[in-house]
Design a protein around this ligand. Structure first.
Ligand code: ZN
Length: 215
């Protein structure tokens, strides 16, 4: 299985990635994790990426793609396939990825776009409350603390993080749509996009993904 998983924050992409890994053994690949492992291993590519990151600059596509290519040529990924998450973010990256996968003769099986209404995401994420002292995360509806606004673990007061304020969430969703629409458009032209309704139980969503990919 070789797929790209696309979806806004709060849509449950992490859960689906885990379920796909469990069932099919595909290796989850995120550009962030690949950067970290190359940097830790102090490879030439890792050192190059680190220079950009340290300067607060974006790692150039060429470097990112080379790191991806290296990981995709590993025995584990060639055997079990991959689930790309958070990459490609731009059409340029998508085109570079297509080229690289063609070079190693490992074409994509599909691009799974998990979609939910913005307000559903806002409701899900804006219910989150966190402890500033120990970092525990609760949810007003799905995982409330035993006492209102008090951490179960350390008895500190709980807060809504800035990231989880409804307005911040709406802005993140807007930026996500703006960046992702062209990438989805690119893969639409190649007939690879499978749109999945993400506003249901994770198991139901998973069943749809499996069916949509013909697995
Ligand atoms: Zn706490």
């Amino acid at each position: 299985m070789r797929i790209v998983l696309v979806g806004p924050p709060g849509v449950g992409k992490g859960t689906q990635s885990e379920l796909l890994t469990e069932r099919f053994g595909a290796v989850p690949l995120s550009s962030g994790a690949i950067f970290r492992s190359e940097i830790e291993a102090r490879t030439d590519l890792g050192e190059m990426a680190k220079r950009y990151i340290d300067q607060g600059r974006l790692v150039p596509n060429g470097v990112t793609i080379q790191m991806m290519a290296k990981r995709m040529r590993s025995a584990e990924v060639l055997k079990h396939g991959f689930i790309l998450d958070g990459f490609p973010r731009t059409v340029d990256q998508a085109i570079a990825l297509d080229q690289m996968l063609e070079d190693i003769e490992q074409p994509l099986d599909g691009v799974v776009s998990i979609e939910v209404d913005a307000e559903v995401v806002v409701a899900r994420l804006s219910g989150r409350i966190g402890c500033t002292r120990c970092g525990a995360i609760y949810h007003k509806v799905t995982k409330p603390p035993k006492r209102d606004w008090i951490c179960d673990q350390c008895n500190s007061p709980l807060f809504v993080r800035d990231d989880d304020q409804p307005e911040t969430i709406r802005e993140r969703l807007r930026v996500f749509d703006e960046n992702t629409a062209p990438v989805i458009g690119h893969y639409e032209e190649l007939g690879l996009v499978r749109r999945i309704d993400g506003d249901r139980d994770p198991e139901v969503v998973f069943g749809d993904i499996v069916r949509a990919l013909g697995l």
